[in-house]
Design a protein around this ligand. Structure first.
Ligand SMILES: Cc1cc2nc3c(=O)[nH]c(=O)nc-3n(C[C@H](O)[C@H](O)[C@H](O)COP(=O)(O)OP(=O)(O)OC[C@H]3O[C@@H](n4cnc5c(N)ncnc54)[C@H](O)[C@@H]3O)c2cc1C
Length: 259
């Protein structure tokens, strides 16, 4: 396809016609900022994210243990959640998301006794790594010949489990937009792609902060697995938001209140 990759190259400068990579200047017709949450391209193009970003901290470590389920398990606690993902025949990945900068996996485990019991005595395979996870949106994702994609264009909190999926969906539309030479097409698609995940992310963060709401929602889901399934289908894009009738949304609100 005539693509030249500059693996490991670092963009160190930008101006209206070119980028500087490891001291060499490269001209561009289009510039795609796919450089993550702290995107230099976004800052340079003044496509800053909206104020009020919601930041939390994420950690993960792998354990040598036979997975006890083929599902992803989500544990909800006070100001933190833990996720268990089977990642091999003898390996599980354990992640923590928290708003407490002091918390780490070992300090969080006592909040989740059933998980702590499962992991008790299991050797760790990796060291604990951490990163900031943020919920933030860019006002616009295109300007002139520049487009942002993935976390550079705004990110959802790790709790949504959607960051990669959004980036891939956006990339497909960005490819089409470049073929049409029409970045507004991408801007419109980006808004559409992010609308429902953004709303669901707000609800999930609200649940993480309110024990009252968390209890109500989880009680309702335990009573109505069908409803939980329907919301997961919406969350993962298997069900189109248009299919959700207004009556269903109001009914869901009432059911949460009465749960
Ligand atoms: C704690 C945590 C948990 C998460 N959990 C999930 C999950 O369960 N499921 C999910 O789908 N997503 C999850 N995410 C989100 C997911 O990791 C991101 O959405 C995804 O990595 C975004 O990809 P990206 O390519 O846009 O950005 P990044 O992965 O950040 O990649 C950007 C790249 O640009 C490079 N770069 C930056 N600046 C320069 C420069 N000047 N020159 C050259 N290169 C540069 C960086 O080195 C990096 O390689 C989680 C994120 C966090 C922090």
């Amino acid at each position: 396809m005539g693509v030249e990759f500059l693996w490991g190259g670092r963009v160190t400068g930008l101006d209206s016609s070119g980028v500087r990579i490891d001291g060499m200047r490269h001209l561009f017709r289009w510039l795609v900022g796919a450089d993550g949450r702290d995107s230099a391209v976004r800052k340079w193009a003044r496509l800053n994210t909206r104020g009020g970003r919601h930041r939390r901290f994420g950690f993960r470590r792998h354990y040598l243990i036979t997975p006890w389920t083929d599902m992803v398990e989500v544990y909800w606690g006070e100001r933190c959640q833990m996720f268990v993902t089977p990642t091999g025949s003898e390996e599980v990945s354990v992640s923590l998301l928290t708003s407490d900068p002091q918390m780490r996996i070992d300090r969080a485990l006592p909040h989740f006794p059933s998980l702590a019991r499962r992991l008790h005595g299991a050797a760790t395979l990796t060291t604990e790594l951490g990163a900031v996870t943020a919920f933030e949106r860019a006002r616009a994702v295109v300007r002139g010949k520049i487009a942002l994609v993935g976390d550079a264009s705004g990110s959802v909190d790790g709790i949504a489990g959607l960051g990669l999926s959004l980036a891939f969906q956006q990339a497909i539309f960005l490819g089409e937009a470049l073929a049409r030479k029409d970045l507004e097409y991408y801007q419109a698609a980006h808004r559409r792609i992010c609308k429902i995940p953004t709303r669901l992310n707000r609800v999930l963060l609200l649940m993480s902060e309110s024990a009252w709401m968390r209890r109500k929602v989880l009680r309702l889901f335990a009573k109505s697995p069908g409803m939980f399934g329907a919301l997961i289908s919406l969350h993962t894009g298997q069900r189109a938001p248009e299919e959700l009738k207004a009556g269903e949304v109001i009914d869901l609100g009432w059911r949460v209140l009465w749960a």
